[in-house]
Design a protein around this ligand. Structure first.
Ligand code: ADP
Ligand code: MG
Length: 254
């Protein structure tokens, strides 16, 4: 299977000489095309730091990050910005939609700087609107949509450029349980039908149970891995067991 993303001995240190603290402490990772990978771990474990480096928002202190074999960890900021625009999609906890723009314009935003023709953009937006159940909302504005709908707009926006990887940091963090389920079903469908590679950080076992594989991070290191070779419900139980084994009650961890 094709490897989309690979890291070698990835590290991130904070602080100054003599007082260095390793937020990410040597992570080796291979992500295949079409994976739906979850990253879990206690608060402060390094999840966001890891995601920000993988998505090229933040630079590692040392180690390498390869996208389809290309080392991006030492790319110049300007080249990296272009690389990111073409290869990386983002879904944030707080949606990050532009309030003054219509839903269709929000979805089309990543193509604003591209050379894609406006008719083609329009078709793409309509298709994605249909796919994410937003067909009747395209002319509306973010304030007219529910949290769940807004997050589906964010998902449509994230894949409009057909990126190599879509990153999501706590995408269900601001949603109620019904909207969370709907979004997760959409992400699963997107993963299956478009073969989109998704890497999602979450502290929530229910959310994580939609992933196909989970990495558990603790103290900046990979502590455990779990593959979904069972039903989602059974996977959910295994996730809870693993979290509990990582240190006391789940509620104490987060
Ligand atoms: P998580 O997302 O798993 O809760 P983070 O990646 O946000 O964890 O943080 C990992 C560790 O790195 C924490 O101890 C945090 O305090 C520290 N950290 C994160 N960002 C910075 C920063 N910009 N400067 C210093 N320390 C940081
Ligand atoms: Mg975090």
């Amino acid at each position: 299977m094709e490897i989309v993303l690979e890291t070698k001995n990835l590290r991130k240190e904070y602080g100054t000489k003599g007082m260095l603290f390793s937020a990410i402490d040597g992570i080796d990772l291979k992500v295949h095309k079409g994976e739906f990978l979850g990253i879990m771990g206690p608060s402060g474990a390094g999840k966001t730091t890891l995601l920000n480096m993988l998505s090229t928002i933040d630079k590692p202190s040392s180690g390498e990050i390869y996208y389809e074999g290309k080392d991006v960890s030492k790319m110049k900021n300007r080249d990296l910005a272009i690389f990111r625009r073409n290869n990386v999609g983002f879904i944030f906890q707080d949606f990050n939609l532009l309030d003054s723009m219509s839903i269709e314009d929000n979805i089309a935003l990543p193509l604003a700087l591209s050379k894609v023709k406006s008719e083609n953009i329009k078709t793409k937006v309509e298709n994605l609107g249909e796919f994410f159940g937003l067909k009747n909302h395209l002319k509306k504005y973010p304030y007219q949509l529910s949290g769940g709908q807004k997050q589906r707009v964010a998902a449509a926006r994230a894949i409009i450029t057909s990126p190599s990887v879509v990153f999501a940091d706590e995408p269900t963090g601001a949603l109620d349980s019904k909207s969370s389920s709907e979004l997760l079903q959409c992400l699963s469908k997107m993963n299956e039908q478009f073969n989109t590679t998704i890497i999602m950080v979450t502290h929530d076992a229910f959310t994580a149970s939609y992933c196909k594989r989970i990495l558990f991070i603790k103290d900046g290191k990979i502590h455990a891995r779990l593959d979904k070779d069972v039903s989602r419900k059974e996977f959910f139980k295994r996730i809870l067991d693993l979290l509990a084994s990582m240190g006391g009650a789940v509620n104490e961890l987060f």
